[in-house]
Design a protein around this ligand. Structure first.
Ligand code: HEC
Ligand code: HEC
Length: 197
């Protein structure tokens, strides 16, 4: 863990130096997204388990996320500070850029029994909203191909009420916990991690 943070800090510093020297020469898009890829990885495919992948994210959910971070409506360690530094036009430019990037999912090992159970829970409790057609597909909101630890944190935030979720969705998650037990969350996380192509 210590190594991870050291690496994280070094990455951050090298990113800032890079920004200072290339600032004047590069166009606005490059300037903007280079602030993000320091942490979110090349083209938005994150290399660390605590930072989410944002490549391929639906632009509407991207902008909504930035607005919620800015307005302190969504729990965050870092993004609440960062989001305040950009305007609506910046959000749109960045959202369009990251939406077009091909996500490179992390390699994560999964347990096949959990995957099997997770597939069942997904169909029963989640698929209704996270369909292929909706803005909230498991791909466009980066549930599939996301880091497992980050996904776990996100689901925890929903269950504890730290992050808002429509009541209808929260009810489904609660119903699942009641009927299938706490492990069902872990099953789902393994299932989503297994769905990368
Ligand atoms: C210092 C590291 C860091 C930098 C730089 C950074 N982020 Fe983040 N980002 C995070 C972390 C960590 C999270 C998870 C929320 C939190 O704890 O703040 C996150 C979450 C997000 C999310 C939500 C993803 C989801 O699945 O809902 C979006 C969108 C996002 N960042 C966009 C950006 C953009 C755009 C930039 C560049 C302006 C940027 N980030 C720069 C660390 C960073
Ligand atoms: C009634 C509809 C509905 C159901 C059922 C539902 N969800 Fe969602 N889910 C949503 C909506 C809407 C969002 C976007 C919330 C937001 O950010 O405002 C979301 C967001 C999420 C996110 C966060 C994505 C991100 O990075 O921003 C995860 C993870 C998630 N849902 C998992 C699940 C799981 C697992 C289930 C099944 C147990 C489930 N959802 C059931 C509607 C639903």
């Amino acid at each position: 863990m210590k190594n991870y943070y050291t690496k994280y800090a070094l990455l951050l510093i090298s990113g800032l130096i890079l920004n200072a020297t290339t600032w004047a020469n590069e166009d606005r898009l490059f300037m903007l997204v280079s602030h993000c890829t320091v942490c979110h990885g090349p083209n938005g495919s994150s290399l660390g388990p605590a930072t989410p992948t944002i490549a391929g994210m639906n632009p509407l959910t991207f902008i909504k996320a930035m607005e919620e971070f800015r307005d302190d409506e969504r729990p965050s360690t870092i993004m609440k500070h960062l989001a305040k530094g950009y305007n609506d036009e910046d959000y749109k430019i960045m959202a369009d850029y990251f939406a077009k990037q091909q996500s490179v999912p992390p390699r994560q090992s999964v347990d096949s029994d959990k995957v099997k159970r997770g597939a069942k829970w997904h169909k029963k409790y989640c698929e209704e909203c996270h369909t292929d057609e909706s803005v909230y597909t498991t791909k466009s909101t980066i549930i599939v191909g996301q880091w497992m630890p980050y996904l776990r944190l996100t689901l925890d935030d929903f269950m504890t009420g730290h992050r808002d979720l429509p009541l209808s969705a929260l009810k489904m998650i609660r119903a699942m916990l009641k009927a299938e037990g706490k492990e069902s969350i872990d099953d789902l996380i393994h299932f989503y991690a297994s769905q990368v192509e």
